[in-house]
Write a new protein. Structure first.
Lengths: 201, 383
């Protein structure tokens, strides 16, 4: 099934370079070049596959790149496709750029805004490119793996020490310090019963 | 739709010289949570509406990257807090599909019973609050009386009334007894009568029809463009239900109909149609419940799941039919004990994105009816 998708994309869109990643467990995916995503989506929507619904736009942060997934579905042909692009990352703060698919499906509007907000992927040609879940003036992109929460936001301290309940954390830390090995905490009383022999269960 | 000089109002032509900006929310009762819609009104008509989300944003997707697979279940409860069981079911099915776990028959039946009861409870909540939005108070009380029966049963099963943590990876946490099954049967009988009464009281009411028919029409094209699912898509006349088209769990063996909007009181896809789809879906849920009660058998309620859970490397996208629409989990695993990335595709989020296109040309009171009819829960929108 995914082979057909890849062949179709390669025949319709020049330079798309579609490759299938066959999965043993879970779903297979199709990778295309980032520059041809808009043309690929347009082609898939008007083709015999009839990908009439964009289910989801989402991203995943790996250390050197961000992979943006477009999950397309056809409600007339009852099929599903995970389309992916790789965007190389330059630094932890800088955004990466890819074309917006808002002109193909209107549902991309909010979904791309969320991906921008959470992962710092800039969608070129988006009609309303703002943050959606975080405040407008928030710094950083929370779902990146190297994200650190800003210390001060609008003169307010984020995560003030006074508001963190340290009771539980300290309690467990104390136990760990006393017991040393994590595994010794449970059932350590049994060993004392058996006369401190290691073979006793 | 408002008409000016014989043409439908689009928000471009102005009646008054300047627009009035009005904030609906975040504490507006008709938004069912903390949604803020900034509307620009042209006299009494809405010219433009912009939803602002994020008041309930907890970044649950970041949290679960540090929590093992079993520990995620209480987190997904807190997304759609009116249909927690459906959220859990979707998550468990996703992880189980990656693990290849066999679920015992009894657990599967129990999950289906629970999911359908949850659907009834959620739709009853819609019925009650929607009537309040439109100015009728008593249906709310009727709805909560019946919802209470379901919540009481869930409380006995799981120990909680709203956030259950009941469906676990591999099966369910607690077994059901024969007395509780008999009570579900009695509930089905009672509910079937009650639903007819409720529909006669509200759905056929002349004031209700004139408030909802031909208001907030979502044509099929627009529904596809915005990725609408669930009752919103079916209200627009599309025969699409994941329980039929991509069956999961027990649904393949069960017999039920898919309700679609037919435009009985106005155009296809208006708010009355969405109300109608939800009301009739409860009848279908009762049908499913009856078949499950006949089919449920003795047996184990927990499948074999390894104690230390490691999901094999790979990714999966799994959708289930929740009361408010399709819920999709996109899980990426790197073979470790915690998810590498778990993205939740929320139907409420995509439905909210329809509001800017629905609003222009509506009266403010109609806009309240439109928001109510797409039935969003802000816990799921913001996650």
């Amino acid at each position: 099934m995914h082979k057909e998708f890849a062949d179709f994309i390669n025949s319709k869109v020049s330079g798309a370079n579609a490759t299938v990643v066959e999965a043993e467990v879970g779903d297979s995916t199709v990778f295309v070049e980032a520059s041809s995503i808009l043309a690929t989506c347009e082609a898939l929507k008007d083709s015999d596959f009839e990908m009439n619904v964009l289910q989801c736009v989402t991203g995943t942060d790996y250390s050197d790149r961000i992979e943006v997934s477009y999950i397309l579905a056809s409600f007339t042909k009852n099929s599903e496709l995970i389309l992916k692009v790789k965007l190389p990352k330059t630094s932890s703060d800088a955004t990466v750029k890819v074309d917006s698919v808002c002109s193909v499906w209107k549902s991309a509007n909010f979904l791309e805004r969320e991906t921008y907000d959470m992962l710092g992927v800039e969608f070129v040609g988006h009609p309303d490119h703002r943050r959606i879940l975080c405040p407008e003036d928030w710094e950083g992109y929370p779902l990146r793996k190297d994200y650190k929460v800003q210390e001060v936001y609008n003169d307010m301290v984020v995560d003030p020490p006074a508001k963190i309940n340290n009771g539980d954390i300290n309690f467990f830390k104390e136990i760990m310090d006393k017991m040393g090995d994590e595994k010794k905490v449970a059932y350590s009383w049994k060993k004392e019963d058996a006369g401190s022999s290691d073979t006793a269960q | 739709m408002i008409e000016i000089n014989g043409k439908p109002y689009t928000g471009q032509e102005q009646i008054k010289s300047d627009l009035l900006t009005l904030n609906m929310g975040p504490q507006h009762p008709a938004t069912h949570g903390v949604l803020r819609v900034e509307i620009k009104t042209d006299s009494e008509i809405i010219a433009q509406a912009t939803p602002y989300l994020g008041y309930l944003h907890r970044c649950f997707e970041k949290h679960v990257e540090n929590i093992d697979y079993r520990g995620v279940i209480p987190f997904v409860d807190r997304m759609d807090y009116l249909a927690s069981m459906s959220m859990e079911l979707g998550y468990c099915l996703t992880v189980e599909k990656m693990l290849g776990t066999e679920i015992p028959k009894r657990a599967q039946y129990l999950r289906t019973i629970i999911a359908e009861l949850q659907r009834i409870a959620s739709h009853l909540m819609f019925f009650g609050t929607y009537a309040i939005d439109l100015g009728a108070f008593s249906p709310f009380l009727y709805a909560f009386q019946d919802r209470e029966d379901i919540l009481r049963l869930f409380e006995e099963l799981s120990g909680a009334r709203l956030l259950y943590n009941y469906i676990w990876l591999g099966g369910v946490w607690n077994d059901i007894n024969d007395d509780q099954l008999r009570r579900i049967e009695a509930f089905c009988d009672k509910m079937e009568e009650n639903l007819k009464k409720y529909h006669a009281l509200v759905g056929e009411n002349k004031i209700f029809i004139s408030r909802t028919a031909n208001v907030g029409v979502i044509p099929v094209d627009m529904a596809y463009q915005y990725g609408a699912t669930g009752p919103v898509l079916r209200g627009s006349g599309v025969n699409w239900d994941l329980r039929k088209t991509r069956p999961y769990g027990m649904y393949e063996e069960l017999d039920f109909d898919v309700i679609v909007g037919e435009g009985l009181k106005g155009q296809v896809g208006d708010t009355w149609d969405r109300y109608y789809v939800r009301m009739m879906e409860m009848h279908e849920s009762i049908k499913i419940l009856r078949q499950c009660l006949d089919g449920i058998e003795e047996g184990s309620i927990m499948g074999k799941v390894p104690k230390v859970l490691k999901v094999p490397e790979g990714e999966i996208y799994m959708r289930t039919e929740c009361p408010r629409g399709e819920l999709g989990y996109h899980l990426i695993s790197d073979g470790g004990k915690t998810p590498y990335r778990l993205k939740v595709k929320s139907s409420c989020f995509t439905h909210t994105s329809m509001l800017p296109e629905m609003a222009p040309g509506m009266m403010i009171a109609d806009f309240v009816a439109a928001i109510g009819s797409i039935d969003i829960v802000l816990g799921e929108v913001d996650r």
